[in-house]
Design a protein around this ligand. Sequence first.
Ligand code: SIN
Length: 527
Amino acid sequence: MVDRHYLVNFNSDNLPQYQTELLIVGGGIAGLYTAWKAIEAGLEVTLLTKRTIIDSNSDRAQGGIAAALGKTDSPELHYEDTMLAGAGLCDAVAVKVLVNEGPSRVQELINMGANFDRHGNQLAMTKEGAHSKRRILHAHGDATGAEIICTLMQQVLNQGKALVLEQHFVVDLLVKDGVCCGVLAYDERSQEYCIYWTKAVVMASGGAGRLYKYTTNPEVATGDGIAIAYRAGAEVMDMEFVQFHPTTLVLPNAPRFLISEAVRGEGALLRNSQGERFMPRYHGMAELAPRDIVSRAILSEMAATQKSYVNLDLTHIAADKIKRRFPTITATCAKYGLDITKEPIPVAPAAHYLMGGIKTNYNGLTSIQGLYACGEAACLGVHGANRLASNSLLDGLVFGNRIVKHLMKTIDGISLNKERFICQDLFEPAGDVEAISEQLKWTMGENVGPLRTIHRLTRALAFFEQNEWLKRHRCRNAREMELRNMLEVGKLITEAAMMRTESRGGHFRLDFPETSTRWEKHIILRR
Ligand code: SIN
C-alpha cells in the first residue's frame, strides 16, 4: 500500500518494531498526567518526547492553575468567566466539564505532593485577567508549571511502569481504514526509525508558538502533533485563534520571557511611554481585562507612541513582596540588568497559546479511531476564541483523566493491528532549513499576527503555496521534520484566518473589526 502523507520514505517491514498498549506523545502536563492515570488504571504505557522530559510549555508556566477551590468561589463563577473570556465560541458543555471536574484533579496533584504556595494552612490564590475571583493556585511564587511537572515526573518515573523515551521524534501516524494502529518514530540518539504498534495514541505534543519570532514558547513548540494528525486525516478546529500574551519582556539580547499575568493580578499597572496608565480607557477591568483586549490595547499604544514596548510598573508594590511573589521574574530581569522593584518592565505582546488544534470530543477522542488528543494540541472549544488565564494546565488534567476513563471502557475490545506501511516516492529537498524557518516566522509575525487583513493573509498564503517544502519532499532529520510541521500548521492558521471574516477573541481582522453572530461557529479543516 502506498500512502501519500508521510515525511520520510520507509517500509515498516524493515524497521525495528515495538508494541505498547498505550502510546503517549509529549511530556508536558497533558502527557505526564495521562500517563500517570493510565498507569494507575493498570495500562502498559510508553511515552515518547522529542527532546527531554522537561522541555515543554507546561514546565515554564508561571501564573498558575485555575480551580474553584476558594470559599467564596464556585464552578459556576469559573464557568461564567471562562465563557466570557472565550468571546462567544466556548463549547458550554466542555467548559462545564472543565470547571466541575477541575477541583478534584487539582486536589489529586496536592495529594501526590505538589507544593502549592500557602498562607498558613490555606492555599494562596491569586487573580489574573478576566477572573472574577482569586482562584489561581501557584507554586514557588511564579514557578507553578515546574512544580507540577516535577511532581508528575516523580510519579510516572518512580512507578517504573511507563517506558519514557526522550529524543524520540514521532514522524507520522500509521492509520489504516480510519483506525490508528501505531506511529513511525525517529530515535535521534541512534538516528534510526522504528515502529510502535499500539491500541491507542494520545497526542499531547503541545502548541505551536515557535511559528512566530516573538513567543513565550520553548523551542519544542513547533505544532508537530497537529501537523501529524492533519496529515493522517484528522479534523482540526479553530486554528485561526492564536493567543498573544500581553506582557513579555522587551530588552536587547533577552528572549521574550513571559511576565506573568499574575503580576498585574497583584497590582502592577500598564503605562505607555509617556507614563500614562492607559488600560482604563480600553476596558472596565483595566489591566485585568481578557488577554486579547489587553494585547490589542498595548499594540495600539505602541503604535500611537511609536515605541516597541509599553511599561509594566510594579514600583509602587513593596520590594520584598515582589521578590517573594515573583522570584523567577525578578531574577530573570536582573540577569538583563533590570531591577523590577525600582524600574518598570518594558513589555510587548508575543505568541503564547493556540486555542485551535486537533478536534476532539468530550473524551478526548479525535475523528480518527484510536487517536486521542489532549492539552494544547487538542481542540474541543473549551477555550473558545480566547483562553482564560491559567485554564490551560487544568485542561490537560481534566481531559487527560477523561481519556483514560474512556480507554478503560474500550481497550479490552481493541487488538493490536500490525499492518504493512510503505512510502517510497519522496524526493530530496532543496533549501536551507534555517533560512526557510526564519522566513516562516517573519511571514507569520507580519501577516498572521494579532492584527490581520485580507492582504496580509493573502501574502502569507502565497508564501505557503509556493514553498517547496510543503510538496513531496523527504525529510532527512528531526529539524527538517519540525520545519515541515511548522509550515503545515502555519498554512492551516492562515487558511482559517482568511475564512473568518469577523473579529473575535484572538483573531482580529482590521478589515472586519466587528464580531458577527453569523460567525458563532467553528472552522473545521481536514486534509
Ligand atoms: C501567565 O502566567 O500569565 C500565563 C498563564 C497562562 O498562560 O494561562
